[in-house]
Design a protein around this ligand. Structure first.
Ligand code: TRP
Ligand code: MN
Length: 450
């Protein structure tokens, strides 16, 4: 990247203040792991990251929509083919609803195959009368409430790599091997979703797609020979928090000579680590993947413009996605000035709405939760703000699972705070379940259609 070229290297972040990094107890053990990681095969190919930049460029131009979705934090324990398949299923359902109802292509990006590290508001956490180091994601330590479990273990970096690798392998198999075929649109509707109102609505839409496919065939179009009907491009992303890991996965592309963080197609910077002079922005400024940055309610227009300059000095459409996470009550006032500033500066960005993280609270029973209505309200506020500023509401970024959990309140099935305990399975933030996710996709597609 032009200006940073001379001084940037995959390790140049080490000269900057790096917040939210694990306190590794044994430097030598960490170094041994990172050395090994530097020799391991990349998880993604630079050409794929470039393809995603290009697709996101269409989003930046107002010609496509971004759906970025997955777990808050992936788990080493809840790791199975079924869990990966069910998450993919619900994302495919949402994508099909968005694409069919809005008539706009949907760029599909999972928070998956690498989402193992979590920033924390405090380095310690009180459990009962114990003060423990905070859980920082399975890439770093374990969630169990004991001193021993919370000690950062560098071998977890290797486990994260291997789990990412097998997750990505299965995702590639499913998305290119027939599972994501539009002819299978009915089969993605899981039992517990299908029995609900939104599931019925989905069934109807799926039948319309069947009819459209039959119509194409009847018109003489050879639908079997069109790969686009049978496959999807599905990309991976995570918050690139633990910089040692990301540095070790960074490789020079043999075709272009450019640097890519080959741990995922897209990586993002969190709200807590987006300091312009910090280590994360430094690292991100030199890799050529498409990158995201979270933007919270306290972000100023100057900060956001600074991020645009640092992260996308060459103004490449699709290179930078700004993911706003304001809170339903703050977006109306907070977002428009940022949209106007970026628009007036002529920076091509993708604006995506994370309606989850600004709407989290602790319910009576002690569970962290979110109201489905607040999530929808923030998305509606996001669309209204873009409408007012003449900018494109490029996408949504949500936390969901394919499982039938009770973690977010409300939705058509009316999950109450007294229900939360029944299937509250997240290791971190509350996620939308399958029904709530499909419901959300219909709501977003209605906003898109307007
Ligand atoms: N390949 C096209 C797309 O990605 C159409 C498609 C095939 C599709 N399978 C899908 C769309 C599943 C959404 C979900 O848009
Ligand atoms: Mn989260």
């Amino acid at each position: 990247m032009s200006s940073a070229e001379s001084t940037w290297s995959p390790g140049s972040w080490r000269d900057k203040p790096a917040v939210q990094q694990p306190d590794w107890p044994d430097e030598a053990a960490l170094e041994a792991v990172l050395k090994q990681m530097r020799t391991m095969p990349p998880l993604v190919f630079a050409g794929e990251a470039r393809a995603l930049t290009e697709s996101l460029g269409h989003v930046a131009n107002g010609e496509a929509f971004l759906l970025q979705a997955g777990d808050c934090a992936e788990s080493f324990e809840a790791f199975s083919a079924d869990a990966i398949r069910d998450k993919l299923k619900v994302i495919l359902q949402m994508a099909v609803v968005l694409t069919y109802s809005s008539g706009v292509p949907t760029v599909k990006v999972g928070r998956i195959a690498g989402q193992f590290a979590k920033p924390r508001s405090s380095p310690t956490e009180t459990v009962g009368d114990l003060v423990l180091p905070s859980f920082r994601g399975h890439m770093v330590n374990d969630v169990a409430p004991t001193e021993a479990a919370r000690v950062p273990d560098p071998n977890r970096l290797l486990s994260a790599y291997h789990q990412s690798s097998s997750t990505l392998n299965l995702l590639r198999a499913f998305t290119k091997g027939g599972y994501a075929d539009l002819a299978r649109v009915h089969t993605w509707n899981q039992e517990f979703v299908a029995s609900s109102n939104e599931g019925q609505r989905y069934e109807q839409l799926a039948s319309e797609i069947d009819r459209a496919l039959r119509f194409m065939k009847a018109c003489g179009i050879n639908t079997t020979s069109l790969p686009t009907l049978h496959e999807v491009d599905f990309f991976t992303s995570h918050e690139a928090l633990v910089l040692g890991y990301e540095e070790a996965m960074t490789r020079r592309d043999s075709l272009t000579g450019d640097w890519y963080d080959c741990s995922a197609h897209m990586i993002w910077i969190g709200e807590r680590t987006r300091d312009l002079d910090g280590a994360h922005v430094e690292f991100f400024s030199g890799v050529n993947n498409p990158v995201g940055c979270k933007v919270g309610p306290t972000a100023t227009a100057d900060e956001v413009l600074g991020l645009c300059e640092r992260l996308n000095p060459d103004r490449i459409p699709g290179r930078l996605t700004l993911i706003t996470r304001m809170g339903a009550d703050k977006i109306e006032a907070g977002l428009p000035p940022l949209l106007a500033a970026v628009r007036d500066a002529g920076h091509p960005v993708v604006w995506a709405c994370d309606p989850m993280h600004g709407n989290t609270f602790t319910a009576n029973g002690g569970h962290k939760t979110r109201r489905f209505d607040d999530i929808l309200a923030e998305i509606a506020g996001f669309f209204a703000a873009h409408d007012a500023e003449g900018t494109w509401p490029g996408g949504v970024h949500v936390e969901l699972t394919g499982d039938d959990v009770t973690e977010c309140l409300g939705g058509a099935e009316e999950i109450l705070d007294t229900d939360l305990a029944s299937r509250y399975e997240t290791m971190c933030d509350p996620r939308l379940n399958g029904r709530q996710s499909v419901d959300l996709a219909f709501a977003v597609s209605e906003l898109l259609r307007r």
